[in-house]
Design a protein around this ligand. Structure first.
Ligand SMILES: *Cc1c(COP(=O)(O)O)cnc(C)c1O
Length: 354
């Protein structure tokens, strides 16, 4: 696979925007190059200067954490920005296509629709895996990008490593593994295989295990060549100074990260046990994420609405392929999970009283 052949000719030809911060390197005491406000900021904060467009400190930290070089790290305004940029990098509107494996994360399709990119689907099987026939089908699609989500949203399971590896080895496309939930999983990140599998792209986010969703920081790991292309097409100042600073602070607080993750995993086990004992629940699917996909023994939409009446919002995924009567429930705090179970058990009780 030659990356250049997957990149839109228009992107190869175009000149990247050169910001004031790109053109001047070095130390200066008087900065009159970017039309910033040298007098200060409304609100009193020190926000009058543009952020580092290259996010150097943040990328260096992410490189260390992920065992890659800084040249292999792209940071976006959420991983949703990286998804959109990968599409725009490779797919010509109205001509090229991507492949996805439903049920899966909704943004691949939304981003494709916005960019007028066709979406080919190869459904996961009843265990939410890709069997050999499905892999063949996936490999036969003339796609620029294949999106695989592992652990998958909304199902919670990891895709089998052998299937992912075969796709990464044989596809002529870029194979994007969305690892938004990998920190909750009992499996290594595909980031460790980037040097070996040149068309592999790994998406990570600070929104889930790191608990920093409000900052909007997503991470794309790939070959240095791919990352250079993403840098070429990204909005120059795509991450605010505040987001960069607070993300960096968070990424140094590995103690809290570990404590949060361990608590979540404990709560996930507690919630699974209680759900499995609840008469309203037909099945709790295996989860390597911070949520559980739950199949109910009665109409999911009715239960969804009844929970809303208790002030509890979960995600109704019953309309997704393979997810009939399923709710996706985020693992919350101990108190939240207890409240959820009380509400579900009360509903089950109502069911039994005529
Ligand atoms: C939550 C989630 C994301 C996160 O996106 P951000 O834009 O980084 O918040 C990405 N992929 C999947 C599968 C998700 O569930």
């Amino acid at each position: 696979m030659k990356l250049d052949e997957l990149v839109r000719p228009a992107v190869r030809r175009m000149q990247a925007y050169s910001s004031a911060r790109d053109e001047f390197h070095g130390q200066a005491s008087i900065m009159l190059d970017a039309n910033e406000n040298s007098l200060g900021s409304a609100g009193g904060g020190p926000f009058n200067r543009y952020p580092d467009p290259h996010q150097r400190l943040l990328r260096a930290r992410l490189a260390t954490l992920n065992g890659v070089t800084a040249e292999q790290v792209f940071v976006g305004n959420g991983s949703d920005e990286a998804i959109d940029l990968l599409l725009r990098l490779t797919c010509r509107p109205g001509q090229d296509r991507i492949a996805i494996t439903p049920p899966t994360y909704g943004m691949y399709e939304v981003s494709a629709a916005l960019n007028e990119v066709q979406v080919e689907t190869v459904p996961l099987n009843a265990e939410f895996q890709l069997d050999d026939a499905a892999i063949e089908q996936l490999l036969a699609i003339d796609a620029k990008l294949v999106f695989l989500c592992s652990p998958n949203n909304p199902t919670g399971n990891l895709l089998h490593a052998a299937a992912v590896e075969r796709i990464a080895r044989q596809a002529r496309a870029l194979v994007v593994i969305d690892e938004a939930y990998i920190d909750f999983a009992n499996a290594p990140s595909w980031a460790s295989r980037l040097d070996e599998l040149p068309n592999l792209v790994v998406l990570r986010t600070l929104s889930k295990a790191w608990g920093l969703a409000a900052l909007r920081v997503g991470v794309c790991l790939g070959s240095a060549e791919l990352i250079a292309y993403l840098d070429k097409i990204k909005p120059p100042y795509n991450l605010s100074t505040i987001a960069q600073q607070l993300a960096l602070e968070g990424l140094h607080d590995t103690q809290r990260f570990t404590a949060l993750r361990d608590q979540l995993l404990e709560q996930r086990a507690w919630l699974r046990q209680r759900l499995e004992a609840c008469p309203l629940v037909a099945k709790v699917f295996p989860s390597d994420a911070n949520f559980l996909l739950v199949r109910l023994s009665r109409d999911a939409t009715t239960v969804y609405r009844a929970l809303l009446a208790h002030g509890i919002v979960v995600r109704n995924r019953s309309g997704q392929p393979g997810c009939h009567d399923c709710l996706r429930i985020t693992v919350g705090s101990a108190e939240e999970n207890q409240a959820l179970m009380l509400a579900l058990e009360a509903l089950a009780q109502e069911d039994r009283t005529p």
